[in-house]
Ligand binder design. Sequence first.
Ligand code: GAR
Length: 203
Amino acid sequence: MNKGNIAVLLSGRGSNFDAIVRASRAVGSNFTVRLAISDRSDAAGLKKAARLGIPARHVDPRSFPDKAAYESRLGELLESQRIDLVCLAGYMRLVGPVLLGRFPDRILNIHPALLPCFPGLDAQEQALRAGVKVSGCTVHFVDAGTDSGPIIAQKAVALRPGDDLETLKRRILRQEHRLYPQAISLFFAGRLQIDGRAVIIKP
Ligand code: GAR
């Protein structure tokens, strides 16, 4: 089987990255993780990459004159590795027009809420504050907005009496680790069709 090549962009811990790598190594997987890139030198995800044997790079946005130049460098790195799909996993920056233009409809993100509720930072805290009974996680295509692109897959997580930020984060994260590899797999199976704001999952 010809496997799709993915790169993961991250800024922190990298537990979704880890889950994606593990899924890529399971029997029958249709994708391979070729590269991890972090915008932060202290991201734990970079050390995880070393342990997992995945090539990893720190690209410091501050060493470029502007976002366009930074993203051009990312684009070069990604294209040099023949990356088909870019997966944001705890990458805490907005993707700009340069990277979006180089990977149109080929950038995914995971967000720890049921979008369009609670976009942006601290989604789990927003959910707790709002007093919702159900939150969850969402995998979506990335567009120019904040967590606003077409939704591919969602998993609901019920809030329990006594939940605090840590317990809720943990339960949502467990679902993120399952949902993200499933969405990537659907992408490489050619089953995702963007139809306006929606994504049709073809049989
Ligand atoms: C995850 O919960 C992810 O959904 C969230 O950051 C965490 C990263 O954890 N992303 C966002 O909030 C993006 N808006 P990880 O580094 O362990 O994968």
